[in-house]
Design a protein around this ligand. Structure first.
Ligand SMILES: Cc1cc2nc3c(=O)[nH]c(=O)nc-3n(C[C@H](O)[C@H](O)[C@H](O)COP(=O)(O)OP(=O)(O)OC[C@H]3O[C@@H](n4cnc5c(N)ncnc54)[C@H](O)[C@@H]3O)c2cc1C
Ligand code: FES
Length: 286
């Protein structure tokens, strides 16, 4: 069952689509981490790297509101979309219990995606360091896929950090694209003992020439990555924020973050429509 339809918010969000899709796959991929795949051809067609989608289980009243998730993978030929999520609460707990065939309501694609890290449609640096903590690797697969397909694409690096080995997902999807993958764990059970910030720091200034850092993960990890990029010579650093959201479409202002404008003054931006990707140098990391 797939029922893509036009959105009532089309004027404000020209690319926004909504639909009730049928779940085609649901399986664990690491400890407390699940993949859900659903049939949504319109979303698969429209989504770009770093976009997110709101998901809701229409047969349940709790949670009533949708939840935001990065699109991990989208296949235009089959119309299937994959989301990978960490089980943390109500929605993600229920999602992990559904079987193929379950209806899943979605609206998207949403947000600016990774477009700000490009100039005239091409990556703004010769070397991209994707810095991901925990579930924060999900917005990077489509980015890596896009850049790996370019004739003279950038060097692609994934610096991935997790608490412990059982939380590290299979990153072979990235390796298959030619991405250099480095792993760090807090307890050293696999990869280097340390954090994503440590992996970046180990590159040193010399290892970060013509580099751009794109980061996603928990806020303390993002702050550490940003500070490292700053210390190593103001390396361009962009962060995809996982700010909790209610509407996901710019209506409720529940997702605002402090943002420093061109005039140096701080005001607010909505993560759902102005982000989730922001220039880390414009955000407040204190
Ligand atoms: C743009 C964007 C993309 C995202 N992409 C992914 C993704 O690809 N995979 C994924 O697993 N998650 C992703 N998230 C986070 C995801 O939206 C939340 O984990 C989800 O909403 C939790 O819903 P729940 O009903 O299971 O938890 P709830 O029952 O609502 O909350 C359970 C606990 O988790 C905390 N919590 C809820 N949301 C967040 C959050 N965003 N950040 C920190 N703590 C939170 C709550 O405060 C509470 O303590 C993304 C968030 C954003 C904004
Ligand atoms: S979640 Fe409502 S404005 Fe962003």
């Amino acid at each position: 069952m797939t029922a893509d339809k036009k959105s009532p918010f089309e004027g404000e969000h020209p690319n926004l689509k909504t639909g009730v899709a049928s779940v085609t796959d649901s399986r664990p991929v690491a400890e407390s981490t699940w993949l859900v795949e659903f049939a949504a051809p319109q979303l698969a067609e429209a989504v770009a790297p770093g976009h997110f989608v709101m998901l809701r289980l229409p047969e349940l009243y709790s949670p009533l509101l949708g939840r935001p998730f990065a699109v991990y993978r989208a296949d235009r030929a089959s119309g299937r979309v994959q989301v990978i999520y960490l089980v943390v609460g109500n929605m993600t707990g229920r999602l992990s219990q559904i079987a193929p065939g379950t209806p899943l309501e979605w609206w998207g694609p949403l947000g600016n995606g990774w477009a700000p890290i490009e100039k005239d449609g091409v990556p703004a640096a010769g070397r991209i360091f994707m810095a991901a903590g925990g579930i924060g690797y999900t917005p990077f697969y489509m980015l890596a896929e896009k850049y790996a397909s370019l004739q003279r694409g950038p060097e692609l690096n994934l610096l991935y950090g997790a608490r412990t080995e059982s939380r590290v997902p299979n990153l072979d999807d990235f390796r298959a694209l030619g991405v250099n993958v480095e792993v760090a764990t807090d307890d050293g059970s696999t990869g280097v003992k340390g954090t994503v910030g440590d992996l970046l720091k180990a590159k040193g200034k010399g290892g970060l020439k013509d580099a751009l850092v794109a980061a996603c993960g928990p806020r303390p990890m993002l702050a550490a990555v940003f500070r490292t990029a700053e210390r190593l010579g103001n390396i361009p650093c962009w962060t995809s924020l996982e700010t909790p959201m209610s509407c996901g479409m710019g209506l409720c202002f529940g997702c605002v973050v402090e943002y420093r404008g061109d005039d140096g003054k701080t005001d607010y931006r909505r993560t759902c429509v102005d982000g989730p990707v922001f220039d880390a140098y414009r955000l407040n990391w204190d």
